[in-house]
Structure formats: structure tokens, C-alpha cells
Design a protein around this ligand. Structure first.
Ligand SMILES: Cc1ncc(COP(=O)(O)O)c(C=O)c1O
Length: 344
């Protein structure tokens, strides 16, 4: 029985077109700024997001960290949602590598409230660190891939800028957000000072993330990337797959949203499981399983034995993420296996 892997869109494999592009990409030394394929990808990414310049980075985590370091100096304060990926899942790099002071502001359903952000920016005073940056995340991973609507996003940026803060957007899945909101990704990029997005995840590259911003900002992020050990040589082998992703894999993310809806509807018909449909906005489905009477780890083991992989979100929840590897037929098969596992 082939496993149906719904743990994460980070588990997607490169397409044949990507592998072909990698094999034939013209290469050079990127640290000498001489890799033509990297140049092509960086120009394409900057143009798609409507920014002056772009930088290829090895991972989303490093891209976020390079942006934090480029925006702020050790001791400065960053307004950030404690449920954000940067705060929750990036090994405290914000503090122990960038040396920044987090000022946590809780989001609701992945959305920050501009009034909460404004209230968190304290007036200058000898006792306080200098507030420099607001971090946003869209789609928002820990809230289940939820989308911040464009109007709210713009208001958050206006609020931060009016207080003298820069804005960084962790847009690991910005194209999912844009598709769900029915806008171009560049609309989300317009008001932020830096944005990072991932070529891996739903776009299916084996690795790579992009930072976009002004030319001046990208020079700073490039220096931070180098300081982090992220300078690369023949990085065109990564960029080649990235070009295929940006040219041919963006629009199809809508299919992942449709399969997530199908999965969520089916799960709601299985006794003991429930999904709040209004939270399923992109390719993630958070499932409440308390009705099964099982612990999250016991339930994940049962699902695995039945041939379906999920990620735990205890207490009482697990997560499915859809990707190009699951069409409607695979989703129906997954639902069948989940039903049998839960009923057993
Ligand atoms: C919202 C968000 N930001 C950043 C990252 C980090 O990306 P990477 O795992 O490539 O370092 C992830 C990874 O899942 C993510 O979900």
C-alpha cells in the first residue's frame, strides 16, 4: 500500500521539468555574482512581486533571519505574533542569532489587529529597546493556512510605518494567500519593506526561498546571508528549478485549495472528527479529533498504519496539508482510509 503523505507541502518532490532544467542550467559562481540562472530567477521573482530586487536564499528560515538582521541591530525590538513561524519554529534565531528583542502581539486566526500593533509600539524612553520592525505572516501556518485580507494587511503596514517601523512579511506561502484572496501576490508585496517566499512547499522545488525588496535592502540582506554562511557558488542548479516553479507552478496552487476543501468536507462526515470549514482557506486542514477519544499520537499511529500521514497539533488536533501529489481520487482514498482507521 502506498502511503498518502499529507503531513506538509514541504514534502513535495521536484517535477520532471525542474530536473531537466537543473541538468541544463548555465552556471557560474554566485558569490562572484556570476551565475546567469540565479540572475534570471532573481529578476523574475522581483518582477512578479513588483519589487526592485531579489535574493535567492537556501531556506525560508535563513531568508527570514537575513531579513531580520538587515532591518534591525542587536537590542532592537520586533513586534511579532508568538504564533508566527519566526517566533515559534525558528529555534529562537530572532534572539540568539539576530540579537533582537521580541515584543509579542497575539494574532487571532492568524490576523493581527492594527490597534494591538499600535499599542505595542511604546513611545521613546531610555528604558525601552528601540522598536524597528513589524513581522507579518501570510498565509499563517499555525492558524491553519489562514489568509490576512489585503485591506487588513495594508492597514497593518500603514500602522507600522506611521510609527516609524519597517515591515517584513513571511510569505512562505504568499501565492496561496494571493490566490485565496483573489489578488496578485505583488499587491501584498507593495506595502512591505521585505518579503520572503518559498520555492519549496507547494511550488515543489527541492529547496530555495526568495527575498524581495528595494535594491538597498537586498544588498543588506545579501551581507546578512553571507554572514550566516549562506553564500553559494553554482546556485543556478537551485535557481533553475525556481524558474520552472514561478513560470508554471503558481496558478495550480488553486487545485491544492480545492482538494483541501474536498478533504475537509469528507472529514466532517467521519464521526469523532471535525473541521471548521471557514478556517480552510488554502491548502491546510486542521482537524479536531477529541470525539475519537484518542490522544493525538495514538490517532496519528492509527492513521499511519492505515496508510495516511498527518502532523500532530496537540492537544486534540492534527493537520493535513494538500499538494500536487494528491488529486481528488487520492483525497477520496485518504478519506476512506481515515474513516476505517477511526472506526476500527
Ligand atoms: C510560514 C513559514 N515561514 C517560514 C518557514 C521556513 O521555511 P524552511 O522550512 O524552508 O526554512 C516555514 C516552513 O514551513 C513556514 O511555514
Amino acid at each position: 500500500m502506498e502511503l498518502i503523505n499529507l503531513r506538509s507541502d514541504t514534502q513535495t518532490l521536484p517535477t520532471q521539468a525542474m530536473l531537466d532544467a537543473i541538468a541544463s542550467a548555465p552556471l557560474g559562481d554566485d558569490t562572484y555574482d556570476e551565475d546567469p540562472t540565479v540572475h534570471r530567477l532573481e529578476r523574475l521573482a522581483a518582477d512578479m512581486l513588483g519589487k526592485e530586487a531579489a535574493l535567492l536564499v537556501i531556506s525560508g528560515n535563513m531568508a527570514n533571519l537575513a531579513c531580520l538582521m538587515a532591518h534591525a541591530a542587536p537590542g532592537d525590538e520586533v513586534i511579532i505574533d508568538p504564533e508566527s513561524h519566526i517566533f515559534y519554529y525558528e529555534v529562537g534565531g530572532l534572539a540568539n542569532v539576530a540579537g533582537l528583542m521580541p515584543m509579542p502581539v497575539q494574532s487571532r486566526g492568524g490576523r493581527l489587529d492594527p490597534d494591538d500593533v499600535a499599542a505595542a509600539v511604546r513611545p521613546r524612553n531610555l528604558h525601552y529597546p528601540v522598536p524597528r520592525l513589524l513581522c507579518l505572516e501570510n498565509t499563517h501556518n499555525r492558524s491553519g493556512g489562514r489568509v490576512t485580507p489585503l485591506e487588513l494587511h495594508r492597514e497593518l503596514c500603514r500602522t507600522a510605518h506611521s510609527k516609524g517601523l519597517a515591515v517584513h512579511l513571511d510569505g512562505a506561502r504568499i501565492f496561496n494567500a494571493a490566490i485565496a484572496a483573489g489578488v496578485r501576490a505583488s499587491a501584498y508585496a507593495e506595502d512591505v519593506d521585505s518579503l520572503m517566499f518559498c520555492l519549496s512547499k507547494g511550488l515543489s522545488c527541492p529547496l530555495g526561498s526568495m527575498i524581495v525588496g528595494s535594491k538597498e535592502f537586498i544588498l543588506k540582506a545579501d551581507a546578512a546571508r553571507k554572514r550566516l554562511g549562506g553564500g553559494m557558488r553554482q546556485a543556478g542548479i537551485i535557481a533553475a528549478a525556481g524558474i520552472v516553479a514561478l513560470e508554471s507552478m503558481v496558478d495550480r496552487l488553486a487545485d491544492d485549495h480545492a482538494t483541501a476543501q474536498r478533504l475537509a468536507r469528507g472529514l466532517n462526515e467521519i464521526p469523532g472528527l471535525s473541521v471548521e470549514m471557514e478556517t480552510v482557506e488554502t491548502n491546510m486542514v486542521y482537524v479536531e479529533h477529541t470525539g475519537t477519544g484518542l490522544s493525538t499520537s495514538a490517532l496519528l499511529d492509527k492513521l499511519k498504519a492505515a496508510g495516511v500521514l498527518a502532523s500532530g497539533r496537540p492537544p486534540g488536533h492534527f493537520r493535513f496539508v494538500t499538494s500536487r501529489h494528491q488529486d481528488a481520487a487520492v483525497i477520496d482514498e485518504a478519506l476512506d482510509r481515515v474513516r476505517k482507521a477511526v472506526e476500527a
